[in-house]
Design a protein around this ligand. Sequence first.
Ligand SMILES: Cc1cc2nc3c(=O)[nH]c(=O)nc-3n(C[C@H](O)[C@H](O)[C@H](O)COP(=O)(O)O)c2cc1C
Length: 171
Amino acid sequence: MLQAMPDIKTSAHVASADLFKTVSSHWPSGVAVITTVGNDGTPHGLTMSAVISLSLEPMQYLISVDKKSSTLPLIKQCSRFCINFLNISQGDIGMKFASKADDKFAGINYRTSRFGLPLIVGAVSSITCALASVVLSGDHEILIGDVLEIEHYGGEPLVHLRRAFHTVASL
Ligand SMILES: Cc1cc2nc3c(=O)[nH]c(=O)nc-3n(C[C@H](O)[C@H](O)[C@H](O)COP(=O)(O)O)c2cc1C
């Protein structure tokens, strides 16, 4: 027996921004640093969890970037980005790239790939993408990238859950 749908007007108030954030924080994710490079060759990047393997044929990844991110216009300008899945030992890197520091790469062990992008040394995997399309949605921009190159080193991934970093084993 189908139940009547609740009145949307009376149920809408339960979806507060705080509840949205709390619920979202209870969804475990990996932690990635998305890197790109400026016209002057300077490396840039930000920490992200909104990263999805979107399509196999063609191979595509999706990332969802806050419109306020200072890295976002640089990714679009470069037309390429690299998704670095962080290792359990790289929580400090995750915190650093979640900041607004001027030079997030100071003290970071990275190398430049054949596509000219900074790859975080010690990451579980690094996936280089060419920007294929941009979808505007709310306060974020969804960037879809065609996979150009995958480097996979393995190891345990860093996990983000309830606003803290974890190892898979500790969950
Ligand atoms: C675990 C974690 C996950 C995050 N995920 C995202 C994300 O998916 N998209 C996003 O735009 N920002 C995300 N952030 C926030 C950015 O890293 C943060 O706003 C950063 O300061 C942006 O730097 P920028 O302005 O230099 O680009 C995340 C932060 C943390 C700690």
